[in-house]
Design a protein around this ligand. Structure first.
Ligand SMILES: O=C(O)CCC(=O)C(=O)O
Ligand SMILES: [Fe+2]
Length: 286
């Protein structure tokens, strides 16, 4: 039976507040971590917050609704989580999607930490894996809320554009579905071709690139470096063919992709090694 596991709302956020769409200056309410001497899950929260602000401003100029931030999560932190994931916890859970996911009927390479009640796919979440990643998941909520607030800061008066806010004026976000995927070169296991995430319920997604597995085999054997991987987006200004631009990111451990509702993207095929990613689908309360 599928179990819903709604997320705790992050009440404290990254240090620096957003720059409003219409303003060109920012104010800082929290300067206490500018030195970044004690790296945590996010190596330097103030710096990441600034990069979210800058990245979204740039994305909006190109009419893009996604953002990829290099090393937003500390690769060193991910290195402490991965050994248990790759050696003990990760168990692929075969699931059948309605109509298939990116044309694959039986998806066999993900392990689900949280699933939507009555949703598709219907599977038992892996509670031990969820507990193992709980701190990381809460950090992802914070990052996603910060990005979403920035991306959707505007004077749009449509009701659908409005969201509920917490006491710090951040959107109230909850995880609808959370899973870890391990790609390998086998057909139907090497990629997740061009798709949009979830049904209508998903307001946005976050993808964390996880480290190359150096614990079940050597780096050399598991690396996909030079053999594909990364993410492609079709988003933003229409190009010559009246299609959105195609943008490729060669993502590495700690890189975080923020994806707005119904943005087309793909996890590119790999032809060698294994590639791991954490994926979260979000609901934003209206
Ligand atoms: O594996 C990735 O890097 C992204 C996968 C993805 O887009 C998805 O699972 O919806
Ligand atoms: Fe996706």
């Amino acid at each position: 039976m599928a179990m819903a596991a709604p997320a705790v709302v992050a009440s404290t956020h990254l240090g620096t507040p957003v720059v409003d769409d219409k303003t060109t200056t920012s104010s800082t309410t929290n300067n206490d971590d500018t030195s970044c001497t004690s790296p945590g899950i996010i190596t330097c929260p103030n710096e990441i917050q600034k990069q979210i602000v800058k990245g979204v401003v740039r994305a909006k100029l190109s009419k893009r609704r996604h953002l990829v931030l290099p090393r937003a999560i500390s690769p060193d932190y991910l290195d402490t989580l991965m050994p248990d994931i790759v050696t003990n916890l990760f168990e692929p859970q075969p699931v059948t999607y309605n109509g298939g996911v990116a044309n694959i009927k039986q998806w066999k390479i993900s392990c689900y930490l949280e699933v939507m009640e009555g949703g598709v796919p219907c599977t038992n979440p892996h509670m031990a894996l969820q507990r193992h990643c709980s701190e990381l998941l809460e950090t992802c909520n914070m990052l996603f809320a910060s990005w979403y607030r920035q991306q959707h800061a505007c004077n749009d008066n449509r009701k659908s554009a409005k969201y509920k806010m917490d006491e710090n004026s951040y959107p109230i976000v909850s995880r609808l579905m959370t899973f870890i995927t391990r790609y390998n070169p086998a057909p139907e296991e090497n990629a997740l071709l061009k798709h949009v995430d979830g049904a209508g319920k998903v307001d946005g997604s976050l993808v964390v690139a996880l480290p190359i597995d150096r614990w079940t085999d050597s780096y050399g054997n598991n690396s996909f470096e030079g053999y594909g991987g990364g993410l492609t987006f079709w988003d933003g200004r229409m190009s010559g063919k009246n299609e959105p631009e195609e943008i490729l990111y060669d993502t590495r451990s700690g890189d975080v992709a923020f994806i707005d509702k119904a943005v087309w993207h793909q996890a590119n095929p790999i032809t060698k090694g294994t590639r791991w990613a954490l994926v979260i689908f979000y609901n934003v309360e209206r």
